[in-house]
Design a protein around this ligand. Structure first.
Ligand code: PGA
Length: 248
């Protein structure tokens, strides 16, 4: 049985005081849920939020991670630093990293392998652009991102990978994939994992949907067979909305 999993990606929002208030409210409002719940604050608020979620059901994620453990990497954050703060999961390959900061499939793969070797769970984001969708390439693009992102990852380690399907055209735009469209790509992802690993691996893979998930569309999406959770951006910045998605 796949455990439902809702993660909030706060992106570049929230100062320390705001992060503290939001994390406390999320812990409070999502108490008693059967879902896994995770928040991914900006790096500057991770330490503060880690103290708030410690001992609660809310897990702590990072929005990115360096592809190296230490050294001359100005501006980067090491897996050792994230582990030190109590981070358990790392979001990698987010479309904003791919498209706005030029992260390649091979860089993302190095990060995935390194994160797994440090014991983190990885939320690997994949998703096509509008042009790729309109030209019928969505499945191929997502398949390539999966294959390259997971190169060198054994089936044992795959148990610590969650895939987030986030169509680029639906992120922060208010446009959501219909539950049917999203479920079709999720099913494709599951088949691809089945081909790369095994049917058992495919069956146990948790696949989140991301892209303008809101309280009013969450239950339609999460009601689909292959949609096991959500990676939420904008709506994760209000405890009320985020909790409504978790409780959908
Ligand atoms: P959004 O962002 O919910 O604001 O569309 C989702 C994401 O980028 O993870």
């Amino acid at each position: 049985m796949r455990k439902r999993f809702v993660a909030g990606n706060w992106k570049m929002h929230m100062n320390i005081a705001e992060a503290e208030a939001l994390a406390s409210a999320i812990v409070e409002r999502t108490k008693g849920t059967d879902f896994r719940v995770l928040v991914a604050p900006p790096f500057t608020a991770l330490h503060t939020v880690s103290k708030i979620v410690a001992g609660s059901h809310v897990e702590l994620g990072a929005q990115n991670m360096a592809a190296a453990e230490k050294g001359a990497h100005t501006g980067e954050i090491s897996p050792l630093m994230l582990a030190d703060i109590g981070v358990s999961s790392v979001i990698l390959g987010h479309s904003e990293r791919r498209h706005d900061y030029g992260e390649s499939d091979s860089l993302i793969n190095s990060k995935v392998v390194l994160a797994l070797s440090h014991g983190f769970e990885v939320i690997l984001c994949v998703g096509e652009t509008l042009e790729e969708r309109d030209t019928g390439k969505a499945e191929r693009v997502v398949g390539t991102q999966l294959e390259s992102g997971l190169a060198g990852v054994s089936e044992d380690l795959l148990a610590r990978v969650v895939v987030a399907y986030e169509p680029v055209w639906a992120i922060g735009t208010g446009r959501t994939a219909t539950p049917e469209d999203a479920d079709a790509i999720h099913a494709h992802i599951r088949r691809a994992i089945g081909d790369m690993y095994s049917s058992a691996a495919a069956e146990s893979l948790v696949i989140q949907y991301g892209g303008s998930v809101k309280p009013d569309n969450a239950s339609g999406l999460l009601g689909k067979e292959n949609i096991d959770g959500a990676l939420v951006g904008g709506a994760s910045l209000k405890a009320e909305d985020f909790a409504a998605i978790v409780n959908a």
